[in-house]
Structures are given as C-alpha cells and as structure tokens.
Design a protein around this ligand. Structure first.
Ligand SMILES: [Fe+2]
Ligand SMILES: [Fe+2]
Length: 270
C-alpha cells in the first residue's frame, strides 16, 4: 500500500470523503509492508522505525505542523445538533475553547517531528478524526443499546463502556465523575471525535438542551469542577488512551487484513 491508500482506508471506514484538518500525510511513501503505529509519535519513534526495517509510521494525534488542526473542534456543533442542541446554542458553546485552541497552536514548534521524518526519509502520516469517529460510533452504539431501557442507570452505562477490551486492559477506568451510579442515565451522548473534548461549555449546552449524561474521553480539572458545582447533568469520563484505542484498533485490524505487518505502541493495545 502507499500512504494515500492507507489514509483512504481510514476515510472509507469512518465515512469521510475528505481528509479532516487534524489528519495529514507528512511524508509520502509506497510499497509499504511494515508499519509502526502509535497514539503519539515523536522523533525517537521515527528513528526506531528507520533502524528496524519499518516502511512507514502512523500516529493518531496530529503533529504540531498542522497549525489548523483545531478547525475540527467546530464539528462539536454537528454532534450537538444531532442530539438536540439548537444551532445558536451550539455555536456559542464552541466559541471560547476554539479561540483558546487557535491561540495555543501558535506556541508549538510546527517543524519539530516532521523535519526529522523528512531527514530520515520515513513515510509518516497521522489519522485523528476518522479513527475517533469510529470510536465514537462504537461507544455511542454501546450506550444506545443499554439506554433502550429507559430505566438504565449510570452504572449500567459504565459497565457497558467498560466491556470494550481496550477499557479492560487500560490503566484508567471508565469513571462516573458527576452523578449517582444508581441514578438514571437518561439521554446519553458520547461527545468525542471532534478534535478534543468540549470542556464546560459543550457539556453545559447538552445539559441545557435535554441531554442527561455526557461521556467525554477526558476533561480538564477546572471544567470538571465547574460542571460539578452546577450539577445540571451527569458526566462520565471514559479514559483518553483507552478510548482512542477503541477507534484505532478496528483500523489496525483492517490494515492487517490487507496483509500489512503492524506493530502497535504507545497506547494501542496489542
Ligand atoms: Fe483520539
Ligand atoms: Fe487522543
């Protein structure tokens, strides 16, 4: 396979007809048979790959060289709309964090890892939103199965999410951060797959528009404390790396089915 075909496979599996802003082929390559695949990749991983006969390296998280990766954060609006948050409220809920992400991106060394990949002539790409979208669907489907029963509790939802093999081997656990485990889960949304978590504002917009429980894969402490004090809805955090792996592993399997040898590191379970 070549790097374009690898990217296309991820797009096809996740239903994208374009490469999202947080995903990119940094160094193109062809005749790829052996891949090193990690959630985060740095220069030392690229060097390891070069020294050990790998033909390409895939990262999940975007490199700093994609200075507009935060554009994908705007897709929180689409997910919010889908789950009943009106357009205006959804747009307002992403404004502040979008600005924060945009301004923060200016501080990074955009040439850090990519220049090493170029120097080593190592084919290198990252696939972020498409794989998170695969994970979001898998987790939302699991939640929907449980919540078909309107009496489903938060404990039921946590048990269901914990049943993924990725969650079982993770060092993190699916945690109920806000809510009573015996309380009803109600309308539950897995808010994932849109660059990063929506923080206080997105969760709050869900709570103010009919959603009872929000599942994030991670959240900052200040956002959590603010939501907890207001106590408008329930919050489950499923664990960053384990949840990323839920979406990545089906893609790793698909690459292996195509005959590629894939070594997974840095958070993708074996
Ligand atoms: Fe992710
Ligand atoms: Fe991630």
């Amino acid at each position: 396979m070549n790097t374009n075909e690898i990217m296309k496979l991820a797009l096809d599996m996740s239903g994208f007809d374009y490469i999202p802003a947080d995903s990119e082929i940094y160094v193109e390559g062809k005749g790829i048979k052996k891949i090193l695949f990690g959630i985060d990749i740095d220069s030392s991983d690229l060097y390891y790959a070069k020294a050990n006969g790998y033909d390409a390296v895939i990262a999940h998280h975007p490199q700093a060289s994609i200075i507009n990766a935060h554009e994908v954060y705007k897709d929180h609006v689409k997910v919010m709309n889908k789950y009943g948050v009106p357009e205006e409220a959804a747009q307002k809920a992403i404004e502040d964090k979008y600005e924060m992400l945009k301004i923060s991106a200016m501080s990074a060394n955009y040439d850090s890892t990519i220049s090493v990949a170029q120097m080593l002539n190592m084919p290198f790409l990252n696939i972020h939103q498409p794989l998170d979208e695969i994970g979001r669907r898998l987790m939302q489907d699991k939640v929907d199965q449980v919540c078909k029963d309107e009496n489903a509790t938060l404990e039921d939802v946590i048990k269901a999410l914990s049943s993924f093999k990725e969650m079982q081997v993770a060092r993190t656990k699916v945690e109920l951060l806000i809510g009573d485990e015996n309380g009803k889960a109600g309308k539950t949304v897995v808010a994932h797959g849109t660059y990063t978590n929506g923080g206080y504002d997105v969760a709050n917009a869900y709570f103010e528009n009919g959603v009872n429980t929000v599942v994030y894969i991670h959240i900052t402490y200040p956002d959590y404390i603010r939501l907890k004090k207001e106590n408008k809805g329930n919050l489950i955090v499923s664990g960053h790396i384990a949840s990323d792996a839920v979406g990545i592993n089906p893609f790793v399997e698909a690459l292996r089915e195509k005959g590629l040898e894939v070594t997974t590191v840095k958070g993708i379970i074996k």
